[in-house]
Design a protein around this ligand. Structure first.
Ligand SMILES: C[S@@+](CC[C@H](N)C(=O)[O-])C[C@H]1O[C@@H](n2cnc3c(N)ncnc32)[C@H](O)[C@@H]1O
Length: 259
């Protein structure tokens, strides 16, 4: 695993590093089985298969960066499909899990310990930058979107899943579930903080689109994820599933790097 060079971590990246380091073992215990059962290449809390969504497309021979890889379940699956993957994560503990799962799978690829807000890679190093509820949810998009764009070759793909602005404004601070009412101010969406939790990020739709355009990224698609009626998840329960069957809880942005 490469060592992070001397870089200044933002306050929220430092907070989230500590939080994810503390939380990593419990997280892998709680969700590792579901991530393993879906084979790694599956999106979001309901693990909808990439083979159906085709959000990444053909990855064979492509230089792919996972932006907040956690245990690298996704990267291991993409390596098996012939991608040349690199996993990046802000948490050393998460990368330890990644290393163990890579050894178990008999695959090897670079793991980099750094924040996605400021990475050690050269410009235009990758064909695909992606994550599934990864750094794009836990780091400031005003830093990560331009950074991902910088790392992509012209025509390259940035694809990432995260919560929707809709669920974030329907989810009251401290509540266990989103509700059928809008409780959080839409216009103020940016930093979402809960005591003792990792800091998350969200923007209003228009702000996302203007940030993509300013960073040299063209919107190709917004895949809104609807679970099957009988979906189960280690992350969510039937109350959340009922919500997600009515409104979009998660989505995947697909963006193309302009020349
Ligand atoms: C929910 S996990 C996603 C990983 C994997 N897709 C999964 O479902 O387990 C979120 C990951 O984002 C990482 N992360 C948080 N902030 C980050 C940052 N600033 N840069 C890179 N990774 C970050 C965390 O350390 C954690 O491993």
């Amino acid at each position: 695993m490469s060592r992070e060079p001397e870089r200044t971590l933002s306050d929220h990246a430092a907070h989230n590093r500590e939080r994810w380091d503390q939380h990593s073992a419990d997280y892998q215990l709680a969700h590792g089985a579901q991530l393993a059962a879906s084979g790694g290449a599956a999106w979001g809390v309901w693990q909808l298969p990439e083979s159906q969504l085709r959000a990444l497309g053909d990855v064979r021979g492509r230089d792919v960066l996972e932006f907040g890889c956690g245990g690298a379940q996704w990267s291991i699956a993409l390596a098996a499909l012939g991608a040349k993957v690199t996993g990046l994560d802000n948490s050393a503990r998460q990368l330890e899990h990644a290393r163990a799962l890579m050894a178990k799978a008999g695959v090897d690829f670079p793991l980099v310990h750094a924040s996605a807000e400021s990475t050690p890679f050269a410009d235009a190093s990758f064909d695909i930058v992606f994550c599934d509820h990864g750094a794009m949810s836990f780091a400031d998009p005003h830093a990560t979107v331009p950074e991902a764009a910088r790392l992509l070759r012209p025509g390259g793909l940035l694809a990432f899943s995260m919560h929707t602005p809709i669920v974030d404004i329907a989810w009251a601070s401290g509540a266990d579930h989103p509700t059928a009412q809008l409780t959080r101010d839409y216009w103020e969406l940016h930093i979402l903080e809960e005591p003792g939790e990792a800091v998350c990020f969200q923007l209003p739709y228009g702000s996302w689109i203007r940030l993509f355009a300013a960073s040299g990224l063209r919107v190709e698609d917004l895949l809104e994820l609807r679970p099957p009626p009988d979906a189960t998840s280690s992350y969510r329960d039937e109350t959340d599933r009922a919500w997600a069957l009515r409104w979009p809880m998660e989505h995947i942005w697909r963006l193309i790097r302009t020349p």
